[in-house]
Design a binder for this molecule. Structure first.
Ligand code: HC1
Ligand code: SF4
Length: 564
């Protein structure tokens, strides 16, 4: 086997891409900013330097391992070098840590602490830079950027959006939208994946907590809340629980203590979505061959991507509102009568793993009489902050159930939160065989797993095969779209989620690497396993909604057109 000597220890390697991976394999957590294992190699922060046997300093993240090479990670020269970089970064960085959104989560803060930096020898000569608050989803604070480039690579390589890039040279270099535009004036899709990988607070997800607290404390407001599927398998991470552990019961209990008046689960909305989307799919299959598939519509990042880059696809995107917006409309309708008799006003809040949902909630399409169906979206992390502020002992709290009358949902609705889940839910609905064996067969169709592109075929009737594509990460979507447009591949149904892995990896979730994301995905499927209702149509709530509120109003309450 090939090996390297790291700090005197032999470390074998085969396909590790760089020396940094080997150093980590040797159990050393080198301090780095720019190396995020899911992104490509850049070598910008130069914190991960090691010394070779000739005393040369090399960036371990951008150097491939060499057989029998010797390196050291801990020498006086390296120590000085890293401290110097940190001090230079700190010199050009705002140091108001106590009032920073990333306080306690910032990589620069953490490394300054690890290195015991007590003073900075250099004067800060950088000019003050303006905040960019133009977006409904993210805030850019260029003064806090350390030029690691992770956001740029995420936006360009993984998402194929290219809304931000490096501008200027040398000491004037910044990360910015082209021509110094505001982020909201670019083709940013609001997925927030830039914020998800930003080690500091240079890009953060916008907070709406102030407004939510205000509503909760206002006796004239009925504050109703829905919780998205993916939140339940990630929130526990912030309270010393394992990634993937389903804490929905504890979340419901915490929301009650926080003062929310009615608590529901967005999975109900997901069941509604599949009731509608499966109808569209069956109609499409009946209509026969078409160059384009039916695309899913629940991810607002994907919708924005189609609107900015692929207008030609808009007629083929499902007209279903997202589960959040379907449920938002149903919730507002449900409380309408009560509100006027009780003299209160319903405020609808959604807890989402996502930054793009903030943007979705603000879209004109989701306002009726100028009032949004979902008033505020807050992220998993924002909910964590609420829980911590009040001092709820989340680890100790006993699980509780959501409120009537929307307390039931299917496991199919829950798995929406992971790539492939929307499709699996739809397949369960359209397959005629409802036996447990059929359910197992669907499980092994190839829809599950964290791969960015999945293709599978499904036999619906004797001689009709449905071809399905499932993609997450917009660059993967782009590649599939190109194949569809060139005629190289044909699909009947395509699920697109902007975030790699689906909503479990949304920008509103706790910071995560692959391991946590994989565990969250498994957690979603486990939640489905233990749920008694497996298909949307088995949810008794659907029947009562379709016989009641939705009887003549599915179009108005559940559908939307993005084709304007
Ligand atoms: Fe999602 Fe969805 S799965 S989009 O990721 O369709 O955000 O979790 O709530 O609306 O249900 C997000 C998650 C979420 C919607 C559902
Ligand atoms: Fe939001 Fe989910 Fe889309 Fe990511 S995949 S942008 S979390 S809806």
């Amino acid at each position: 086997a090939k090996y390297m000597i790291i700090d005197g220890n032999r470390v074998e390697f085969n396909d590790e891409p760089n020396i940094l991976a080997l150093v980590r394999k040797a159990g050393i957590d080198l301090p780095t900013f720019c190396y995020y294992s899911d992104l490509s190699i850049y070598g910008a922060c130069r914190m991960c330097v090691v010394e070779d046997q000739w005393g040369g300093i090399i960036a371990s993240c951008s150097t491939p391992p060499k057989d029998k090479m010797e390196v050291k990670t801990n020498t006086p020269k390296l120590h000085q070098h890293r401290k110097m970089i940190l001090e230079l970064l700190l010199a050009a960085h705002c140091r108001d840590c106590t009032v920073c959104d990333k306080n306690g989560k910032c990589r620069l803060q953490e490394l300054a602490h690890r290195f015991g930096i007590k003073s900075v020898r250099f004067e800060n000569k950088t000019e003050e830079m303006e905040l960019d608050t133009s977006s409904a989803s993210i805030i850019r604070d260029p003064g806090k950027c350390i030029l690691c480039g992770d956001c740029v690579r995420m936006c360009n390589e993984i998402q194929n959006v290219g809304a931000i890039d490096f501008a200027h040279r040398g000491a004037k270099m910044i990360v910015s939208p082209a021509f110094n535009k505001k982020i909201a004036e670019t083709n940013c899709v609001n997925c927030g994946q830039c914020a998800a990988v930003c080690p500091t607070a240079a890009i953060t997800v916008k907070s709406d907590l102030k407004d939510v607290w205000k509503a909760i404390y206002n006796p004239k407001k009925r504050v109703v809340v829905q919780v998205a599927p993916a939140v339940r398998v990630a929130l526990g991470e912030e309270f010393h629980m394992k990634a993937g552990e389903n804490v929905i019961g504890k979340i419901v209990a915490a929301l009650r203590r926080l003062g929310f008046d009615a608590i529901f689960d967005t999975s109900v909305g997901a069941d509604l979505t599949i009731m509608e989307e499966s109808k569209e799919l069956l109609k499409k299959l009946e209509a026969g061959e078409n160059k384009y598939p039916l695309f899913t519509s629940c991810c607002p990042g994907w919708i924005r991507y189609a609107e900015t880059k692929h207008k030609e696809l808009l007629p083929y995107i499902s007209t279903c509102k997202s589960p959040m917006e379907m449920f938002g409309a149903v919730i507002k309708e449900h409380f309408k009568g009560l509100d006027s008799t009780e003299g209160v006003e319903t405020v609808s809040v959604a807890i989402m793993p996502c930054s793009a949902k903030k943007y979705e909630a603000s879209r004109e399409e989701f306002k009726r009489n100028d009032i949004p169906d979902v008033d505020y979206v807050i992220t998993t992390i924002e909910l964590v902050k609420m829980i911590k502020e009040i001092g709820i002992q989340f680890e100790e709290i006993e699980p509780e159930a959501p409120d009537m009358p929307f307390s039931l949902y299917s496991g199919a609705g829950v798995i929406f939160g992971v790539t492939g889940g929307v499709t699996e839910a739809a397949v369960r609905r359209v397959v005629a065989d409802k036996s447990p064996k059929a359910l197992k067969d669907i499980e092994f169709l190839g829809l599950r797993g964290m791969e960015g592109v999945k293709v599978c075929e499904l036999q619906v009737e004797e001689n009709s095969i449905v071809r399905i594509g499932v993609v997450s990460g917009l660059a993967n979507a782009e590649a599939l779209i190109e194949k569809i447009e060139s005629g190289e591949e044909h699909f009947d149904f395509v699920e697109v989620m902007a975030c790699p892995g689906g909503c479990i990896a949304g920008a509103g979730q706790p910071f995560s690497h692959k391991e946590e994301k994989n565990a969250r995905a498994l957690g979603m499927y486990k939640a489905d396993k233990v749920s008694q209702i497996k298909r949307c149509e088995e949810n008794p709530l659907m029947l009562s909604l379709y016989n009641g509120m939705l009887k003549h109003r599915t179009h108005e309450l559940l559908h939307v057109s993005y084709r304007k």
